[in-house]
Design a protein around this ligand. Structure first.
Ligand code: UDP
Ligand code: MG
Length: 332
């Protein structure tokens, strides 16, 4: 909970790292120097190595070796950002927790503002992107379309222009940890948990180094995940589409009967039949596809696999020297 000056708050910064070797030195320099300016607080940085194939892990361990504020959780493979974030949240111990990207697209300078807002008594402080000019035109448009569709059809709106960068109180994080699903669409889960919410604005920066890990196809699947995790409308809508189609078919049949009675039987009709068959066939396939999306997710969920597997956990300050495991990383 937020509290008075007599007490120091522990702030947890939770950061997923996937092939971010170029970012690490700069990341800790910038984040630590900002965190040291937050009054009445201590901090920990919970780093999750999400199966990086570059020097990310040894470089993280090098940082952690002499800094007890840095924890490193090494996952057994690449589980994806949502799972990595979940791992980090699970291992965070702070009174307030801040998910943060390794690429410094979210300016660390906004963190003190999040903290002071939280100290006014909020459970969640959103960091809203004031503008998205650093994202490409296509990404901005597809993102805004996603939010529009998602918020129109799910019971739970998620705030547009708020990423994962935000501050959550301990009680909010504990609530989040109770959600049992293994496919974790974090933005939606954050919204589901709720809490007394405030917002601040910040300008999102371009990536400081390295490349984005999200391609168009990955983003599309991410969007599907979001919609199917929080709405069953795509499933239910087929009842209505089917009903409307059946009604039209009945009307058309009635028209045909009347026409046959009045004009007698005429043979032509190939065009209307083939159109109807193709159209209905297409609709049925789409309907089956939508059901497939949900059934597939139920299948995955029903296996109850853990969200991530931790290979190793390193507590900062006591990282064994032997950690510079791989010789090829020595030079970095
Ligand atoms: N990330 C991760 N696992 C992945 C993909 C990304 O942990 O499979 C991390 C990545 O290292 C970064 C954050 O998630 O800290 C956001 O990734 P990125 O900057 O590539 O996403 P974008 O900002 O382009 O949406
Ligand atoms: Mg980024």
């Amino acid at each position: 909970m937020a509290n008075q000056s007599s007490h120091t708050d522990l702030l947890s910064i939770v950061v997923p790292f996937y092939n971010e070797e170029e970012m690490i030195g700069r990341f800790f320099r910038e984040v630590c120097s900002v965190m040291e300016t937050v009054p009445n607080s201590r901090f920990e940085i919970v780093c999750v190595n999400d199966g990086s194939r570059d020097a990310t892990l040894p470089l993280l361990l090098k940082q952690a070796a002499h800094d007890s504020r840095i924890k490193v959780i090494d996952l057994s493979r690449n589980f994806g950002k949502e799972a990595a974030l979940t791992a980090g949240l699970d291992h965070s111990t702070g009174d307030a927790v801040i998910p943060f990207d390794a690429d410094l697209q979210d300016p660390p300078g906004a963190i003190p503002d999040l903290v002071s807002k939280w100290r006014e008594g909020y459970d969640v402080v959103l960091a809203m992107r004031a503008e998205r000019t650093t994202d490409s035109y296509a990404k901005r448009n597809s993102a805004s379309m996603f939010y529009r569709v998602h918020n129109a059809i799910s019971e739970l709106p998620i705030p547009e222009n708020a990423g994962d960068f935000r501050l959550m109180s301990r009680s909010t994080v504990d609530a989040l940890k109770q959600l049992p699903e293994t496919r974790r669409f974090m933005k939606g889960l954050f919204a589901w948990v709720g809490g007394k919410t405030a917002a601040i604005e910040y300008v999102r920066q371009p990536r400081a180094a390295g490349a984005s890990k999200f391609s168009g196809w990955k983003l599309w699947n991410f969007a599907l995940e979001g919609v199917t995790s929080f709405s069953t409308l795509p499933l239910r809508v087929w009842t209505y589409i089917g009903g409307a189609t059946a009604l039209l078919a009945i009307l058309y049949t009635a028209y045909l009967i009347v026409r046959t009675v009045v004009h007698g039987i005429d043979v032509p009709g190939y065009a209307s039949i083939i159109t109807a068959i193709l159209f209905l066939g297409g609709m049925q396939l789409i309907g089956i596809g939508v059901i497939g999306e949900y059934v597939g997710r139920m299948y995955v969920e029903s296996k109850r696999r853990p969200v991530y597997i931790v290979r190793n956990f390193y507590k900062g300050g006591e990282t064994p020297e032997a950690i510079s495991i791989d010789e090829k990383y020595q030079s970095k």
